[in-house]
Design a protein around this ligand. Structure first.
Ligand code: TYM
Length: 423
């Protein structure tokens, strides 16, 4: 049924546009009432979360299958990261092209980003950055990281100064992920754009190739949206073109690989359409599933709901309290029932989170078996998760405290990253 027509009968005074706006705020697809995944909203009605098979079909990407992982291992000589082994990075575009290039000794670079909406980043934001750090280690390639303070001004009504300050604070968390300072360039859009005409030129070139109809189709913009929002996708697209960074790539046309959550894919569907029109390669992508909220997989972890998230600034005590209080349990109503029937790992937040962060495959499997058989209770599984998270966040905080303003400034200076056309 068409949800708009249905709702119109209840709200005769509201225009179609207003109803569409309300629906997208609620995270409901206007045509079908199904889950939606956009850069701004992730909402699912299914207990186990977003249906990623459907999403792959809808977005037209490709599932990461065993043969790609084997090829990856063969070419790089490195066992796949746990995010690949466990289907957390589950979808791609043109990853085989990137592996072909690597095999032939030809260059490519990594690009990812962060929209600094608050000082504290959460565990979900770590996923792409942890993975990028690993990819940078494996391939030894340049990495550019865009911090979209401009985007957050547009979407969150931040002041310019506040947005730039958040960009710097978030950069400390990014640096704490351990990126190679000689191969990583981090930039705030507000600060970088004025000093680098090629960045602005590429933004305008991209804008000249995309119509309002296209961005409306891809992002669901409506006529009452600020024009800054409508133009913004070109700003996120530009770093996927190597000519945006003449100080790194010296004007060469270099393949880009973007690891990110699948919510960011709309930006890069648009970029892939535009890049060949500008004589540049389409960026390749690696997509991750969403790190679920504490309350379960129906929605992704969100910074605007502090009970849904563990922040990278949370203390060991806060981590323990939040997990014990809010982590959705796949356990049964009573201990007797649980011992008899066992727990459901598919919906249990503690197990799902351990899949992201517990490195040891054997231990993870052991926990799964014990919880599923009822031998292990929810409280015990939560304790396993709390131990892992306290160590992870504690170590992150230590590394972050070492990321001084001076170090941040070093990462943010436009500079040569030792790029060479041939290895
Ligand atoms: P932002 O700040 O919303 O998110 C930063 C990165 O984290 C991913 N992410 C998640 N991944 C898994 N589970 C979650 N719960 C979760 N929440 C966020 C996002 O997909 C993203 O990869 N517009 C962007 C900033 C940006 C960008 C980019 C991101 C600019 N250029 C290039 C990726 C690639 C944003 O606001 O991201």
């Amino acid at each position: 049924m068409n949800t708009i027509n249905y709702l119109r009968s209840f709200f005769p005074g509201r225009t179609e546009e207003e109803i569409i706006e309300d629906l997208s705020l609620l995270g409901i697809d206007k045509e079908t009432g199904e889950d939606i995944v956009t850069p701004w909203t992730v909402q699912s009605d299914h207990e186990t979360g977003v249906d990623y098979d459907k999403l792959i079909e809808k977005f037209g990407s490709t599932r990461i299958e065993e043969d790609l992982l084997k090829r990856f291992e063969k070419i790089t000589g490195r066992a796949p990261h746990r995010f690949l082994r466990r289907g957390i990075f589950f979808s791609h575009r043109d990853m085989n092209t990137v592996l072909d290039l690597y095999e032939q000794g030809k260059p490519f670079y990594l690009y990812t980003g962060r929209g600094p909406s608050s000082e504290a980043m959460h565990l979900g934001h770590l996923i792409s950055f942890m993975f990028c750090k690993w990819l940078q280690d494996v391939f030894d390639v340049p990495l550019v990281i865009q911090v979209t303070d401009d985007e957050k001004l547009l979407w969150k009504n931040l002041e310019v100064k506040e947005a730039i300050k958040l960009a710097h604070e978030n950069s400390k968390d990014i640096i704490a992920c351990g990126f190679n300072p000689d191969k990583t360039f981090i930039f705030s859009n507000f600060e970088h754009i004025g000093n680098n005409p090629e960045f602005y030129q590429n933004i305008i070139l991209i804008q000249s190739k995309v119509t309002f109809n296209q961005v409306r189709g891809i992002f669901g913009f409506v006529e009452s949206d600020a024009i800054g929002k409508i133009a913004f996708p070109a700003t996120q697209a530009a770093p996927a073109l190597s000519t945006t960074f003449p100080f790194i790539f010296k004007g060469e046309k270099v393949q880009c690989l973007i690891p990110c959550g699948i919510d960011q894919d709309p930006y890069f569907r648009m970029t892939r359409d535009v890049a060949p029109k500008l004589g540049l390669p389409k960026p390749a992508l690696l997509h991750s599933i969403f790190f679920p909220a504490l309350q379960g997989s129906r929605t992704k972890m969100s910074a605007s709901d502090s009970t849904s998230a563990i922040f990278l600034t949370d203390s060991a005590e806060q981590i323990k309290d939040k997990v014990n209080k809010y982590a959705f349990s796949g356990g049964r109503a009573t201990v007797e029932e649980h011992r008899k029937e066992g727990g459901d790992c598919e919906v249990d937040t503690s197990y799902q989170w351990l899949k992201f962060f517990l490195e040891d495959d054997q231990k993870l499997e052991e926990l799964r078996k014990k919880y599923t058989s009822g031998e292990m209770l929810t409280g015990e599984l939560k304790k396993e998760l709390i131990d892992v998270l306290q160590a992870l966040v504690g170590e992150h905080q230590k590394r972050r405290s070492e990321a001084t303003d001076e170090i941040v400034n070093k990462f943010m200076v436009p500079r040569d990253l030792g790029f060479a056309l041939n290895k």
